[in-house]
Design a protein around this ligand. Sequence first.
Ligand code: SAM
Ligand code: SF4
Length: 327
Amino acid sequence: MTGLSDSFQRPINYLRISVTDRCNLRCIYCMPAEGVDLMSHNDILSYEEIFTVAKAAAELGINKVRLTGGEPLVRAGLPELVRLLAGIDTIDDISLTTNGTLLTHHAAELKEAGLRRVNISLDTLKPDRFQRITRSGNLEDTLQGIEATRTAGLNPVKINAVVMAGINDDEIPDFAARTLSDGWHVRFIEHMPVNGDESGVSRLVSVREMKHRLDPLGKMEPYKVDVGNGPARYFRLPDATGTIGFITPITEHFCYHCNRLRLTADGKLRPCLLSEDEIDLRESLRRGAPVAELKNLIEEAIARKPLGHKLDEGGKHRGRPFSQVGG
Ligand code: SAM
Ligand code: SF4
């Protein structure tokens, strides 16, 4: 293994793989009510094709993989893909980002297939509000999914909440209280004004404001986590078994430490979530190109990683919605 780094000397070891652009929810910050134009079945990489890309990437130095979507669990047979990826010796961490609604049916099988960890997106603890934010979902499905995941031993389960002013920001203390009562690991994410988002452009609650709202719960101490080295910074309330993390793509963006590449469901490598630059791997895969060609394309994608995004300068993202590129 050689180890990869981009032209800004950032080490690159993490591949996020979107396995589908389809979703069983329509979150207001991610998708329009009517959904988005869907890719056809033939456009989407097969599990074998995804495996081929992951193996080539692993040979170059990628050792962490996350499966995402759309909603990854709406694609049939996801444990089969996990099993394929788990068979790649040098990949030592396979994780999943999901809305959690289907986890009760799949958590145990995913664990058995080799999945290590799960992040579950949940933006409210109120049933009626859950319906409004997701435009269709049932809070109980996600809560049961969280419990099934913990029971299956896929720990630590992280709960990701996108905080939106006037929509769910009053629940910041309620989520934090779950780190005390239930040992949840909660991460608050700053809302990004991206294409597909219909929640309004002025929904940002800064991390500074989020922390201020948590003052009544006691003094948070910084906390170092062992598993996963993503962009969150972690804290702990006095006596809590769970942790509170903050992901701040806008007010304190973490591009300088970005270690990732993204593979879209239709086989494009994206050097950056928020840039439209894409390198097509599907054409090479379907032409039966040698692995060396795939590796060259992966290295090219890494070389094309930009230094950072411009959302903090008031830029609005206009490209493919997150549901298509993996959020
Ligand atoms: N369906 C899965 C889920 O919801 O976890 C995986 C795909 S989703 C696109 C991945 C992540 O992107 C979720 O945690 C979601 O909250 C986040 N996301 C989507 N739109 C966002 C936005 N406008 N601002 C911040 N995060 C966003
Ligand atoms: Fe679906 Fe996830 Fe987007 Fe919500 S955030 S619409 S669950 S892809």
